[in-house]
Design a protein around this ligand. Structure first.
Ligand SMILES: Nc1nc2c(ncn2[C@@H]2O[C@H](COP(=O)(O)OP(=O)(O)OP(=O)(O)O)[C@@H](O)[C@H]2O)c(=O)[nH]1
Ligand SMILES: [Mg+2]
Ligand SMILES: [Zn+2]
Length: 319
């Protein structure tokens, strides 16, 4: 490459940087509250909404992202120029194993389950791992507690598996209002997200804590006992007494982005506690002699299902 060409490129780059700086000077600050395809809705500091396109190479923007954007024209359009550094980013494994962002700048993840559709313990454990690694606070919410004995049995199970490791478990009902005041207290002044299977009642719960939100709620199919994927995009709502709440579309499955064994262990406080006591440092708690974890299971101190989740995640990591 000759010298003149290089200096021409350099000049062009400097000019680009200068124009970017000028643009940023006229720009507004805002928060991404939802995204549709290649566009996002940004809320400015006066709570006005702007439908924005993205400047190239910004990557995927998600709910909770703070951005600088340039309003354009009269009818609340604009262009996002820059993303502010994120405190954290909740991601999942998408198509082809690629990381797909879900939401940013979260401090609480409410993992919502219900009697119907039936909970998936492995899904709960993977959400806990993802949350602990953000890091953020994981809260287990059991909705539809109005559904009788079955709900009570499930609640007792969740308490047994997770209360001992320090997670908050909140029984609630969007239908009867049980637990909704406690939920409001937990959410106040935080940025939280509801995650979980389709049909567990995430949007119904948002409607319970923010009556103005008026979100569409769906059915649970009689045939498959699954939700019907009513919510299709994540949306951030403001709580009347402070804080934000993101409603996300229900999943069938959720695979966190895991890089190493320690990240898995971060979601298994009880295994961390006993694992240090095994005879072998690299004990996998399967068949090694002197395994403190298996002993703890025999003593009823660790739930076997939790160990199963841990080993399942470890196996996925190694593959
Ligand atoms: N009995 C009972 N039904 C509820 C409760 N909360 C929600 N439902 C019902 O469960 C169904 C699904 O509710 P949604 O709020 O749409 O569930 P969702 O988790 O947002 O589902 P997706 O948007 O598909 O992820 C609806 O028929 C609700 O009326 C509850 O506390 N008790
Ligand atoms: Mg929903
Ligand atoms: Zn062991």
């Amino acid at each position: 490459m000759n010298k003149r060409r290089l200096s021409h490129n350099q000049r062009r780059r400097i000019a680009q940087q200068q124009s970017r700086k000028l643009e940023l000077e006229g720009a507004l600050e805002g928060t991404v509250i939802t995204h549709y395809g290649k566009e996002v809705t940004v809320e400015d500091e006066q709570q006005r909404l702007h439908q924005c396109k993205l400047r190239q190479n910004l990557g995927d923007l998600v709910c909770g992202d703070r951005v600088s954007f340039q309003p354009q024209g009269e009818n609340a359009h604009g262009v996002v120029l820059a993303i502010h550094p994120r405190n954290n980013l909740l991601q999942k494994t998408g198509f082809g194993g690629k990381a797909k962002p879900v939401a940013a700048n979260i401090d609480q993840v409410l993992i919502v389950s219900a009697v119907q559709p039936a909970p998936n313990p492995y899904l709960i454990d993977r959400y806990i791992v993802a949350t602990e690694n953000l890091p953020a606070k994981a809260i287990l919410l059991l909705n539809k507690i109005d559904l009788g004995d079955e709900a009570q049995t499930l609640l007792a199970q969740l308490q047994q598996n997770y209360q001992d490791i320090g997670l908050t478990i909140l029984p609630a009902s969007a239908k009867t209002g049980q637990g909704i005041d406690e939920l409001k207290t937990l959410l106040q002044d935080h940025t939280s997200i509801f995650v979980g299977l389709s049909g567990v009642g995430k949007s119904s719960l948002v409607n319970s804590v923010i009556p103005d939100a008026d979100i569409k709620v769906g059915e649970v199919s009689r045939a498959s006992q699954e939700g019907t994927h009513t919510t299709t995009v994540s949306t951030l709502y403001h709580l009347p007494s402070g804080g934000d709440l993101i409603d996300s579309p229900g999943v069938r499955d959720f695979t966190p982005i895991i890089e190493n064994r320690q990240q898995i262990l971060n979601g298994f406080a009880e295994l961390r506690k006993y694992a240090g006591l095994c005879k072998f440092n690299d004990c996998t708690h399967t068949s090694e002699p002197g395994c403190a974890v298996r002993q703890a299971i025999e003593n009823g101190e660790i739930n076997p299902q939790r160990l199963q989740s841990y080993q399942h995640m470890l196996k996925d990591l190694e593959e």
